[in-house]
Design a protein around this ligand. Structure first.
Ligand SMILES: [Zn+2]
Ligand SMILES: [Zn+2]
Length: 257
């Protein structure tokens, strides 16, 4: 996949990396959630007490949403919440249910100056699921884009920060603007499940100039609510030549945001 560097550039000196190094100089290592002291994990980390409240997923996993399932599923099969249907992507990997402290942190990560919390969540995802993500042999990482109108309102693009950390730790290129929303969609939680696929239909387009020949793309978001949003982005990536797409998210929501 050498030609990616031509199109995507290098992430050797990532923004997050620089930011973390600066934070390290200014602040003593503190938990990004509660501010409590940390032994040695450095900034953009969580303390053991906060980690203990996250309810992180453990094997075996659903291929569609990354949640824990009681018994191992055959390759490509999904849990009851995913409807048992085969997803359009290879698999989704998630840190924990979108609930309690994890929900609070994901909401904080969207607020102004939420980057530290977003980075801490991404690092937690890599700590727990990094091996499985590495095994996927990802060629390029990108974030599910927010439409610019929502970006203005939210101020902090937490999926982009999470994607930066994931790409950095996997050691693969990050394509910051690979896909874009071509029209504003309503928030998926505002719609009944039956309306969600229609809401995001043709919502994404690939930016011109990217070559995805036979690439395995990792699509990163903060929360996975239904496969519908992912499926539409996956369709756009496949149209552009991606061989496969996998999903990485922090939270798995069962009831909307
Ligand atoms: Zn803490
Ligand atoms: Zn599932």
């Amino acid at each position: 996949m050498l030609h990616f560097h031509h199109y995507l550039g290098s992430i050797g000196d990532s923004v997050v990396n620089c930011r973390e190094r600066m934070l390290e100089l200014v602040f003593p290592p503190a938990c990004a959630s509660c501010g409590g002291a940390l032994e040695s994990s450095g900034p953009a980390s969580l303390c053991d007490a906060c980690i203990g409240q996250l309810g992180e997923f453990a094997a075996p996993f659903c291929f569609g949403c990354g949640a824990s399932v009681p018994v191992a599923l055959p390759e490509g099969n999904t849990c009851g919440h995913c409807g048992g249907e085969r997803p359009r992507y290879h698999r989704a990997i998630a840190l924990a249910p979108y609930d309690g402290l994890l929900r609070d942190l994901i909401l904080r990560a969207k607020k102004p100056h939420g980057e530290l919390v977003a980075a801490a969540l991404a690092r937690r995802l890599m700590r727990e699921q990094g091996d499985r993500l590495s095994e996927l042999d990802i060629d390029v990482v990108c974030a599910v884009p927010m439409h610019w109108r929502r970006r203005l309102r939210r101020l902090c693009n937490s999926p982009a920060t999470i994607a930066e950390v994931v790409a950095l730790e996997l050691g693969v290129p990050l394509a910051t603007d690979l896909i874009r929303r071509v029209r504003a969609t309503k928030p998926q939680y505002a719609l009944p499940p039956s309306g969600r696929a229609e809401n995001v239909r043709r919502a994404f387009a690939l930016r011109a100039g990217y070559q995805l020949d036979s690439a395995h793309v990792l699509l990163v978001d903060d929360v996975l609510t239904t496969a519908a949003t992912c499926n539409e982005a996956v369709r756009a990536l496949r149209r552009a030549g991606a061989r496969d797409v996998s999903i990485a998210v922090i939270g798995r929501s069962y009831s909307g945001r």
